[in-house]
Design a protein around this ligand. Structure first.
Ligand SMILES: Cc1cc2nc3c(=O)[nH]c(=O)nc-3n(C[C@H](O)[C@H](O)[C@H](O)COP(=O)(O)O)c2cc1C
Length: 359
């Protein structure tokens, strides 16, 4: 068996994107049960909670699924930088009547501990963003029986994952919601659209490609497959699903999104991410390159975002969403997957009619 064979064998070649803070184990299980492939976003999960979480999903999903980690390097910011970052955030905390947090001891769960736990948990697919594993790490996952799916925002990153021994590439186009997964070049040089990226990665590496970014319905799924992708990964399209855990103000912002509502911002987390523009993004955007790098700024704004969600205030929450957000629809996640696959078939038939020889 290979990852290509697994993806080709899926009844529905739709992957639910891992979405920290938005997707849920219930969503992953529903997508896998429907014939697609669900994913658990485990980047925020402590190492010792990973095995039980994967075991629970294994019994719920009744089919293949993925577990995702973000390759975060341990942060050791100097205290002066943290103090300045907190001072910058102080008026925002004050506006919500929330206490300014003290400098935390840790900024993110320990990635190497998470990876060891993931090897022990041995999910069918282990997926990663923000970096590239080394050969030894990939070998350990293979030894456990997991396929490795690496996120690439550029062709060079796809080649790096191929050189590390990955089994497939998730090509993340610039339309995508949430954090940019790039790790080799800067943000600007790593903003390649899904259409260009999918076809270029397909040509550059001999691995199955999963297209991600801006795929919102069956037409998008059909387009991804037409570009040579083995499957389409959809994130924003699931944000209004019954099993989505987005907060009420975030959900409302999606439901009422304007024409071209998303922007890239570094203000919330210290790493560029795409979300619906709000006051925090606009006002902190002026000095967003000065905020500490991920995961420091991410950790320092977490209590602020939680307080804003509790206060039903969309202006201080990271409203992560992709460029296709206007097309998001509500529904049960498994039903959505079945519907998008029906639509993909209709789109393919319409295209076949259009391309058939005339006469
Ligand atoms: C709310 C949200 C959270 C996300 N969290 C993660 C994550 O934890 N890990 C990851 O690899 N990608 C994450 N992503 C990116 C998705 O995996 C995927 O690349 C993206 O959703 C695809 O583009 P689309 O949103 O236009 O469908 C997130 C995206 C969103 C919208």
């Amino acid at each position: 068996m290979s990852l290509r064979a697994l993806l080709d064998g899926l009844p529905i070649p739709i992957l639910q994107a891992p979405m920290l803070g938005a997707s849920s184990p219930g969503m992953a299980a529903a997508v896998s049960r429907a014939g697609g492939l669900g994913a658990l976003a485990a980047a925020g999960t402590a190492p010792d909670e990973i095995e039980p979480a994967v075991a629970a999903l294994r019994s719920e999903a009744a089919g293949p699924f993925a577990v995702n980690l973000l390759m975060t390097t341990p942060a050791a910011p100097d205290p002066g930088e943290v103090d300045r970052a907190l001072a910058r955030l102080a008026p925002w905390y004050a506006a919500l009547g929330a206490p300014l947090p003290a400098a935390p001891n840790a900024y993110a769960p320990d990635f190497s501990g998470q990876l060891s736990a993931l090897v022990r948990a041995a999910p069918p697919i282990a997926s990663f963003a923000f970096g590239v594993l080394d050969r030894t790490q990939v070998d350990a996952l293979h030894g456990a029986g997991s396929y490795v799916l690496g996120t690439a925002a550029t062709v060079a990153e796809a080649r790096a994952w191929a050189a590390a021994g990955a089994d497939g590439i998730c090509a993340q186009g610039s339309e995508a919601g949430g954090h940019r997964g790039h790790f080799l070049a800067g943000t600007e040089a790593s903003l390649v659209g899904t259409m260009a990226l999918t076809a270029a990665v397909r040509q550059a590496v001999d691995l199955p490609v999963v297209a991600a970014g801006g795929i919102m319905d069956g037409r998008g799924v059909a387009a991804a497959l037409a570009l040579g992708a083995s499957a389409a990964q959809m994130g924003t399209a699931f944000l209004l699903a019954d099993q989505s855990v987005v907060s009420a103000p975030w959900r409302r912002a999606i439901e009422t999104a304007g024409d071209d509502p998303t922007r890239l911002t570094r203000a919330f987390t210290g790493r560029h991410a795409r979300g619906i523009e709000n006051r925090f993004m606009r006002e902190l955007g002026v000095e967003e390159m000065q905020v500490p790098a991920y995961p420091v700024q991410n950790r320092l704004t977490q209590p602020l975002r939680a307080a804003a969600a509790a206060a039903d205030d969309p202006e201080m929450i990271s409203l992560w969403a992709g460029q296709g957000v206007r097309l998001a629809v509500a529904g049960e996640a498994g039903e959505l997957v079945r519907r998008w696959w029906r639509e993909a078939g209709e789109a393919a038939q319409a295209l076949a009619r259009r391309t058939a020889p005339q006469g």
